[in-house]
Write a protein that binds this ligand. Structure first.
Ligand code: NAD
Length: 495
């Protein structure tokens, strides 16, 4: 077991928790302790917010030129390229993903930093408004919100952090980040890179610790101006409630129960069939299904069901589980024993409610929190496994007979994060995509996202958007400056 790392970063200094508490970080591939971090509490959080507030009020960052801010973000991107292998491996071990997924995550993080650097550099810097007279100059400008609290989950620790940190910095804010207590290590590494890139002290602060203490304190803190949260629905509603008393700005990226709708015409050729099955596997089982946009509800046209599910189950059974660094491993473990127990419970309840197990449904022998990719056929919309987010390698199968029924099933969720439609009919593709109540809709694809395109959800999948221009706007206040160039009395009051 390694010695405890000092993982709290306040005002430019690394330090242990005020209480001296630490937390073990577990390798989910064998349940061993592989790192020990500082376990921050309310006192550490208050110190971090005070440092971020001081840096916002008195520091240079909110007033630096856009070009300097963009330069810094680009330097961070270059450092991420330098440390790609090291950080990718750390993410793989901490979050239980394959090494290749860890590397791809680092590339996506780099791209997010570059995207927001380019975005701010290409802006006009304000909007002149026509006040109807030459005697007034009226302009709308954008300013940083202030001190931002950034709270992130364990499934894509570094990626989710970058979708918040890059726009927050590009807009000139200071921040305190609280990564998931389960997977804090790459966020600690990223803060190191920000400092190496030359970010002024106090702009970026980090408190490692639990959601109920550090996260809750950030959400209620009177000196925090904005809280941007990515995580589950239940924690997200607590954050929104805690933030309400101080009328903070709130951005929430929550869960999903994402439909993958397959029309039979998409599988009319062998190649089409192979592609749709292959992508349905990828949609549901990449990162063992621990993806907010996982295509966990397969909704397939009835006549295609047997052929499709038989092939899907055959291929699901062949997925090779293993530690992320094992050559040949295609899927890692679940992140924790708790997540494994939750998955087992969902599968048991589905079978008790009448679902038919076609693949998986068990943990393999050996150490770690592994679970076999699982296909549950003959599911229906009343089952708990179809309604609630499992966040594990579990795919449910429902069927439809008409386009109308497909849309109804796809939209039958309290969430609305993402969904896909597979069809060879371009008109139907656009019709169905237009009717899906989800923040991202893929046509004949699943999972890709672009930093230039907004990401976020309808319904209980959240409030606000990350990425794209809207993802930057979240971190800004709009200010209207109205300048009277020829002031004179109004004489509304005669005396
Ligand atoms: P979680 O809600 O348990 O935890 C998320 C973060 O919130 C953690 O840092 C946690 O410590 C903190 N937290 C917990 N309780 C809190 C509280 N009362 N106040 C403040 N902070 C608190 O979620 P998780 O299990 O880490 O992540 C999985 C969830 O995240 C899934 O529901 C997934 O769909 C969602 N997610 C969404 C997106 C998206 O883009 N919409 C992306 C990734 C993950």
């Amino acid at each position: 077991m390694s010695a405890a790392q000092q993982t709290i970063h306040v005002g430019g200094e690394w330090r242990p928790a005020v209480s001296g508490a630490t937390r073990d970080i577990i390798d989910p591939a064998d349940a061993s302790v592989f790192a020990v971090v500082s376990e921050g509490g309310v006192a550490d959080t208050d110190d971090a917010v005070a440092a971020a507030r001081a840096a916002f009020h008195d520091g240079s960052w909110p007033r630096t030129s856009v070009a300097e801010r963009a330069d810094l973000l680009r330097r961070v991107a270059t450092l991420l390229e330098r440390d790609r292998e090291k950080i990718g491996a750390l993410e793989s071990q901490d979050a239980g993903k394959t090494l290749e997924e860890g590397r791809v995550d680092v590339d996506c993080v780099r791209d997010a930093f570059r995207y927001f650097a380019d975005l701010v550099m290409n802006e006009s810097g304000g909007r002149v408004v026509d006040a109807g007279t030459d005697e007034v100059h009226s302009v709308v400008v954008h300013e940083p919100v202030g001190v931002c609290a950034l709270i992130t989950p364990w499934n894509y620790p570094l990626l989710q952090a970058s979708w918040k940190i890059a726009p927050a910095l590009a807009a000139g804010n200071t921040f305190v980040i609280k990564p998931s207590e389960i997977t804090p290590l790459t966020t600690v590494a990223l803060i190191g890179l920000l400092m190496e890139a030359g970010l002024p002290q106090g702009v970026a602060n980090l408190v490692t610790g639990a959601g109920a203490t550090v996260g809750a304190r950030l959400a209620e803190h009177p000196d925090v101006d904005l809280v941007s949260f990515t995580g589950g629905l239940s924690s997200g509603t607590k954050v929104a409630r805690a933030a309400a008393d101080t009328v903070k700005k709130v951005a929430l990226e929550l869960g999903g129960k994402n439909p993958n709708v397959v029309f039979a015409d998409a599988c009319a050729t062998d190649e089409g069939f192979d592609t749709a099955v292959d992508q349905a596997l990828n949609a549901a089982f990449i990162h063992s299904g621990q993806v907010c946009s996982a295509g966990s509800r397969l909704i397939v046209e009835e006549p295609l069901r047997d052929r499709f599910v038989t092939e899907l189950a055959r291929r699901a059974e062949r997925i090779r589980l293993g530690r992320g660094t094992d050559p040949g491993a295609e899927c890692g473990p679940l992140v924790s024993g708790q997540q494994l127990a939750k998955t087992e419970d969902f599968v048991a309840s589905a079978i008790a409610e009448g679902a038919v197990l076609r693949a998986g449904g068990e943990r393999p022998e050996g150490p770690g929190y592994f679970y076999r990719p699982t296909v549950l056929d003959r599911c229906d919309r009343r089952m708990r496994v179809v309604r609630e987010e499992v966040f594990g390698p579990v795919l449910t199968v429902e069927t439809f007979r008409t386009e109308e029924e497909a849309v109804t099933l796809a939209n039958d969720t309290e969430y609305g994060l993402a969904g896909a439609v597979w069809t060879a009919d371009a008109g139907r593709a656009r019709r169905v995509a237009g009717r899906l109540r989800h923040g991202t809709v893929w046509i004949n694809d699943f999972h890709p996202y672009l930093p230039q395109a907004e990401w976020g959800g309808f319904g209980k999948s959240g409030i606000g958007r990350e990425l794209g221009p809207t993802g930057l706007a979240e971190y800004r206040e709009a200010k209207h400056i109205y300048q009277n160039l020829a002031p004179r009395p109004v004489r509304w009051f005669a005396g």
